[in-house]
Design a protein around this ligand. Structure first.
Ligand code: 13P
Ligand code: SF4
Length: 333
């Protein structure tokens, strides 16, 4: 257990008291809170809705926002690879994550040595890294992508074979689309998201029987067989978090079955109050490590010796190398 956790004695405040203290400290410490859609509802709530988040977004939206913030301190409510991406894009800012153990099964499935070995095995083949990778891995790749712009980035290469890593299931979904649209082939790694891989073809049998008119909302990271069988039966969308939100906003349908992280369901319910969202509710244990209490503790630490437990520290050579593929990614949004 790391040092910060040994000392950790959680506060037991009401949500409103956490909001009050967090809001006061944000101002005092010149900090901004960026929140991913997979945070618990109390963290996702934006300031104008009575909450504490300055910005709510998907991984690409949050990366873009990190380049625009005026405050010196960014408290990133997401997982490590996302906070690292913010640091890569805004190296002069201090970026903090309320729990450094907030990892990701995809990011930890591949190392920089793995990418070097792939390059030896497939000389000259461009490497596209999903943004769900750590900074050292990104530094070895040609371009990064998120689930929102993966398709357009893959299409932008002239080569007819590309390496896409590390998500095998997202890669298989992409491969089908890219091959159909361009004839290009994808070489894949074997990482998986431990949340989205749980959506099996038959995970929705009873939900579909209860809601025969529902449309499917499937994230790119869901296994291909689940995607193909459920979309052809029910209709709906395979896309990124933002694609899913846009699809619902334009749809006349009333009921949707979500195959993505459970708390995206809370976001959708809040955004589209007249519509119904049903999900088997699979939660990302890493995202749930971020709590109101750990956010408060992070803010309290800023400017003290304790801040090292929360601050993202990357070597300058890694920031420099990783910023090339990350900045390329931002040209496609
Ligand atoms: P988005 O790129 O859609 O935000 O997804 C992030 C993620 O971790 C998916 O599991
Ligand atoms: Fe990683 Fe999956 Fe969690 Fe996203 S939902 S952070 S891909 S483990």
């Amino acid at each position: 257990m790391d040092e910060s956790r040994q000392k950790y004695v959680p506060h037991t405040l009401t949500t409103q008291e956490y909001y009050r203290q967090i809001t006061r400290l944000k101002k005092e410490k010149n900090a901004v809170i960026l929140s991913h859609y997979y945070m618990i509802p109390e963290i996702q709530l934006l300031i104008y809705e009575g909450g504490i988040a300055d910005f709510l977004g998907d991984s690409l939206g949050l990366s873009l926002e990190a380049t625009k913030v005026e405050q010196q301190n960014i408290v990133f409510c997401g997982v490590n690879f996302m906070a690292e991406t913010a640091k890569i894009l805004s190296p002069t800012k201090n970026v903090y994550i309320p729990d450094k153990l907030a990892g990701c099964s995809l990011a930890s499935s591949i190392t920089k040595e793995d990418v070097r070995n792939l390059r030896k095995q497939y000389p000259g083949v461009p490497v596209i890294a999903y943004v769900n990778t750590y900074a050292e891995t990104k530094a070895e790749c040609d371009v990064c992508c998120t689930s929102r712009n993966a398709l357009s980035i893959a299409k932008s290469f002239k080569e007819d074979t590309l390496i896409f890593l590390p998500d095998k299931f997202m890669g298989e979904n992409l491969r089908r689309r890219i091959y159909a649209e361009t004839g290009k082939k994808l070489i894949l790694w074997n990482g998986t998201c431990e949340v989205h891989e749980q959506f099996k073809s038959d995970s929705f049998t009873s939900l579909k029987a209860e809601h025969p008119d529902a449309k499917m909302l499937l994230h790119w990271e869901v296994p291909e067989q689940t995607v193909q069988e459920n979309i052809s039966e029910m209709g709906g969308i395979l896309g990124s978090t933002n694609d899913i939100i846009n699809y619902v906003s334009q749809s006349k349908d009333q009921t949707f079955i979500l195959a993505s992280e459970c708390d995206l369901g809370s976001t959708l319910k809040r955004m589209f109050t007249g519509k119904e969202f049903i999900t088997p509710c699979v939660k990302c244990s890493y995202m749930k490590m971020i709590t109101l209490d750990s956010i408060l503790r992070t803010l309290q630490s800023i400017g003290t010796a304790e801040e090292r437990f929360y601050e993202i520290a990357l070597e300058s050579n890694i920031i420099k190398a990783a910023s090339i593929p990350v900045k390329r990614m931002l040209q496609y949004n």
